[in-house]
Write a new protein. Structure first.
Length: 261
């Protein structure tokens, strides 16, 4: 399996990217973040059979490949239940921490929703992709393209307009300009493209030009969602309850690392 040291052989570095989506250096940064959040503290319970590096690697591999826990357990020579405990324990520590401060007035954020097929029926619903899915709201910074926040998963039959507020991502956009597609009609403060008049007439040229610019900028969030779904757990998530949210935010954190380190 990959090692977290920067001096790893070239073959190990290649496998690190293939199994986790992260380079050796990026993975080392991830381990440092998890350690800094206190994940290494075991308390009075039983000590872990795997080192913290290996436990973080197990979760990263699980999110990237979406192998079953039984398959991941075989890779790390542990039991299926032990692998499940590692994922349950480290999931919150690997999750992206959304910003809670007010943004600079010049900050431009982009929000969009995506459907994530999910096995847990308590957080999913039959939706337009003909599968039981959750509506996952994702906010990125238009300038850096980094993920700013991931909303709480909602049933996939919720439209983006409702999901924006019910998932709480709106609370992480305070003070910034927010761009979105036309599915967010009715939300104050969200910039959307101009819609054609109800009488069927064409938009004036200046509105068409603004729509073109809006579409070009908003495409960045679509690229971000496509990048996040290269971690296969977001293509068919088997996690239950908050595990779905932890997995989505964990992927967001790892994606940010690939873009900054």
């Amino acid at each position: 399996m990959p090692t977290s040291r920067n001096t790893a052989p070239r073959g190990d570095r290649h496998r690190s990217t293939a199994f986790t989506g992260l380079s050796v250096r990026q993975f080392s940064k991830l381990v440092g973040i998890v350690r800094g959040r206190g994940a290494e503290q075991t308390g009075a319970g039983r000590r872990w059979g795997l080192s913290l590096d290996d436990r973080v690697l197990l979760v990263a591999v699980y999110y990237r490949t979406n192998l079953t826990l039984r398959q991941v357990a075989l890779l790390f020579d542990v039991s299926k239940s032990a692998a499940g405990r590692v994922v349950d324990h480290l999931g919150p520590y690997l999750a992206l921490s959304p910003t809670k401060r007010k943004h600079n007035p010049d900050t431009v954020l982009i929000v969009d929703g995506t459907l994530v097929p999910t096995h847990d029926r308590s957080v999913s619903a039959s939706s337009k992709n003909y599968r039981y899915s959750t509506n996952l709201q994702v906010v990125i910074d238009a300038s850096t393209r980094l993920t700013v926040a991931v909303g709480k998963p909602l049933p996939g039959n919720r439209n983006d307009c409702r999901a924006y507020t019910e998932s709480s991502v709106d609370q992480h956009c305070t003070g910034a300009h927010v761009m979105a597609d036309s599915g967010y009609q009715g939300i104050t403060g969200v910039v959307m493209p101009y819609r054609k008049p109800g009488d069927g007439s064409e938009l004036p040229p200046w509105k068409e030009e603004l729509n073109t610019v809006h579409k070009r900028v908003r495409a960045r969030v679509e690229h971000a969602l496509a990048h996040m779904k290269s971690w296969n757990i977001l293509r068919n998530c088997r996690r239950k309850r908050d595990g779905v949210w932890h997995a989505a935010r964990g992927v967001a954190l790892m994606r940010n690392l690939t873009m900054t380190h």
